[in-house]
Design a protein around this ligand. Structure first.
Ligand code: ASP
Length: 360
């Protein structure tokens, strides 16, 4: 492996919790305040045991790997998502589980992208982070790391991994990664999953919400798609949006897909200029994926007159998908090689990221 790794020798006599690879990407969690520079700087992971000594008491064999340049997650790119997916792929046979330490700002995007890229995943990949740096006394980093590690080691009644999907663990809740959203920039309960139940809740014990977890598929084999197409854009509607805004976005050279962030149950203005611009874009081959600006509930195309015309034009309903999952799903679907049925892939759940359409 071309990355530097550090093995943590846990004091636990039997490492029955299996082996875990912790991948550090950056973010607040790994920052410490450096008084000389008067700023937060990435933390040297060799000091981890000093900051979280309890880690030695976990029943796991823990190895740390750091990206060459840890980043604030606002600088994450599709290339880093592919790099992370390839690290997991190359180490898949050597570890029972993976924990990714990541900045909170774009964690929901990374979790969504990884869920699509890691096809056939049958081991836990848990993303976590913190609202306060690990060096701060009141930091949430300690609890988030320790519980994410414990959840990563959980086994089911047949001895296999309890979790076989990409998740976000934060502030006592384990969420499906591609259903999660950062909704709080100050409180510790930063992540929510409005349209899908939590997968586990950590209190005195860790209670798993078994009916909502991805079923185990023993025949699945991991493979990583090597390309994500960045030629996608969000178009967030607002009352008063003007024709030049819509027109200029629809005419971006090379654009293949628009995630249209609509009102309520998937509604938009019915003004002619808007519908005309959208239809013209679709006639040029641009795919439009309708996602609601509401965090809870779903798109229901055709329910109101303000969405019927879009339905007739072939705008694809995002149902109850998050904007983060929608944009990364588009990158993934357009990144597929060969002939693919884009509409089918976008309108169906690939990794549990959206619910099936309601029968109206
Ligand atoms: N800006 C930071 C990041 O996302 C915030 C955090 O980690 O909470 O990398």
């Amino acid at each position: 492996m071309e990355y530097a790794t550090i093995k943590i020798n846990t004091e636990a006599p039997n490492q029955s919790g299996g082996s875990v690879l912790v991948i550090y990407t950056g973010g607040t969690l790994g920052m410490v305040f450096e008084s000389r520079k008067g700023q937060l700087v990435p933390f040297d992971f060799e000091q981890l045991i000093d900051k979280v000594p309890e880690i030695c008491r976990l029943n796991q064999e823990i190895t740390f790997l750091s990206l060459k340049e840890p980043i604030d997650s606002s600088n994450i790119t599709p290339e880093v998502w592919i790099e992370l997916a390839n690290i997991i792929d190359s180490q898949y046979a050597h570890y029972d589980s993976f924990v990714v330490l990541h900045g909170t700002d774009t964690m929901a995007y990374t979790a969504s992208a990884l869920s699509f890229l890691l096809e056939g995943l049958q081991k836990p990949v848990i993303l976590t982070g913190a609202q306060l740096p690990i060096g701060v006394a009141r930091s949430d980093a300690r609890e988030n790391i320790l519980t994410a590690l414990e959840i990563a080691s959980a086994r089911n009644s047949s001895g296999g991994p309890m979790i076989t999907e990409v998740c976000v663990y934060f502030n006592s809740f384990l969420l499906r990664g591609n259903r999660s959203k950062k909704q709080e920039s100050s409180d510790f309960d930063a992540f929510h999953s409005e349209n899908y139940p939590y997968l586990a809740k950590a209190g005195v014990s860790i209670d798993y919400n078994l009916p909502f977890m991805m079923p185990v598929n023993p025949g699945a084999r991991l493979s990583v798609q090597q390309h994500l197409d960045p030629n996608v854009a969000f178009l967030k509607l607002f009352p008063g949006i003007t024709p030049p805004v819509v027109k200029s976005l629809c005419h971006i050279p090379g654009l293949r897909g628009i995630v249209l962030e609509t009102f309520g149950a998937g509604n938009a203005t019915t003004e002619d200029w808007f519908l005309h611009e959208l239809e013209a874009a679709m006639n040029r081959g641009i795919v439009v994926f309708n996602v609601s600006q509401c965090d809870g509930g779903r798109v229901s195309l055709g329910r109101y007159q303000t969405s019927r015309r879009m339905q007739e034009m072939g705008v694809i309903s995002g149902e109850d998908i998050t904007a983060e999952a929608a944009i990364t799903k588009m990158m993934y679907v357009f990144g597929k090689s060969g002939k693919v049925d884009t509409t089918h892939l976008l309108s169906h759940s690939l990794r549990g990221e959206m619910s099936p359409p309601l029968e109206i």
